[in-house]
Design a binder for this molecule. Structure first.
Ligand code: ATP
Ligand code: MG
Length: 326
């Protein structure tokens, strides 16, 4: 049986955080047995918010190490940089003709980011973020796209572009569907609805136990629960949402003891920090393995790029034929 294909990527903006894992990476790892996975290091997409490229290679390697440390299997799942596969930019150009400016301006993800990052003037390439993303996905004919909730509107744009291309030139592309985890949007330590590197509210996958504790200490909780004894409301507590993911076995008890006031926030936070570190420790361990073997990591990247180039070339030949170009 032919396996269905998955395409998903991330922007190399440095080391990953637990939001990336919970929203997307966990699914990549889970699904790599039953699907044919391709994973993209979206280094061109970084330019939408950061033009300084001096650290982009190191950031890409750091992210690749995080993927490997979490369990992405380089034999099953090719991992490659967008900038090294020229066909991404070519397909991006063709796709940019198939969507209106108006449609891109209505993209809710763009609106959220413009607000969160206080962006005053949106650059042309930023508006086109989801068009390049459509090229990323469709170049590999990705049928499923495991992403966090913030990316769902982008996958919808990919679907629209695929439909439009197919209607004009003939059937080439599938209509990709997003795949969400049970925790599609992890909140940040400051209570913002999205944990995000650019908002500086993250717990990194590489944070050691002391760092996780220090960060959790500052995390926001129910503002009406000031000291132990005060009844709290776990439904609005950020730390409780982390317990749900990283400490599911104790959730009922914590819920009860928070509401009654028996459990204080400091104890609750330290328990949460311990459980997050229990999850992170093996990742940190595996990270060390790869950090000591950078040549092996570069080899994995090189190998992934060679595999990706083969698929990209075949798709573009098909596109050229359908469009009667050349
Ligand atoms: P950052 O702002 O931290 O760099 P990002 O959103 O720019 O994060 P992307 O590379 O765009 O990072 O996202 C990588 C993947 O991780 C996407 O599928 C995205 O939906 C998912 N993701 C990122 N942050 C979260 C989060 N807080 N909760 C769930 N999923 C997330
Ligand atoms: Mg993003």
């Amino acid at each position: 049986m032919v396996k269905k294909r998955i395409l998903s990527g991330m922007r190399p903006t440095g080391k990953l955080h637990i939001g990336h894992y919970v929203g997307a990476l966990e699914n990549w790892i889970k699904l790599q047995e039953d699907y044919e996975n391709y994973h993209l290091i979206a280094d061109y997409h970084v330019l939408t918010t950061k033009l300084d490229t001096r650290e982009i290679f190191q950031d890409s390697i750091d992210m690749l190490i995080d993927w490997l440390a979490c369990g992405v299997d380089p034999v099953k799942s090719p991992m490659f940089r967008q900038s090294q596969i020229k066909e991404h930019t070519e397909l991006n150009l063709i796709f940019s003709m198939l969507i209106t400016v108006n449609r891109l301006e209505r993209n809710p993800t763009l609106k959220d980011q413009v607000r969160d990052l206080n962006i005053e003037n949106v650059i042309y390439g930023y508006l086109g973020y989801p068009v390049l993303q459509a090229a990323d996905i469709l170049l590999y004919k990705g049928q499923y796209v495991p992403v966090g909730e913030d990316q769902v509107p982008h996958v919808e744009i990919s679907r629209e572009i695929a439909r439009r291309f197919n209607a004009i030139y003939g059937e080439v592309f599938p209509e990709p569907e997003p795949l969400l985890t049970k925790f599609p949007r992890l909140s940040g330590l400051d209570g913002n609805a999205k944990m995000s590197k650019s908002l500086n509210n993250t717990i990194l996958l590489s944070d050691d136990a002391a760092t996780v504790k220090a960060k959790l200490k500052k995390a926001v909780t129910d503002p009406l629960k000031i000291r132990r004894g005060d009844p709290g409301n776990p439904d609005i507590c950020l730390v409780f949402s982390y317990h749900k993911k990283f400490n599911p076995g104790e959730v009922d008890e914590i819920d009860r003891n928070c509401r009654s006031g028996a459990l204080g926030c400091v104890d609750c936070k330290m328990n949460c920090a311990n459980n997050i570190s229990k999850f992170l420790d093996p990742i940190i361990e595996k990270r060390k393995y790869y950090e000591d073997r950078i040549d092996e990591v570069k080899e994995i990247l090189h190998d992934g790029e060679n595999k990706a180039k083969i698929v990209a070339k075949i798709t573009m030949e098909e596109v050229h034929t359908k469009m009667m170009l050349g």
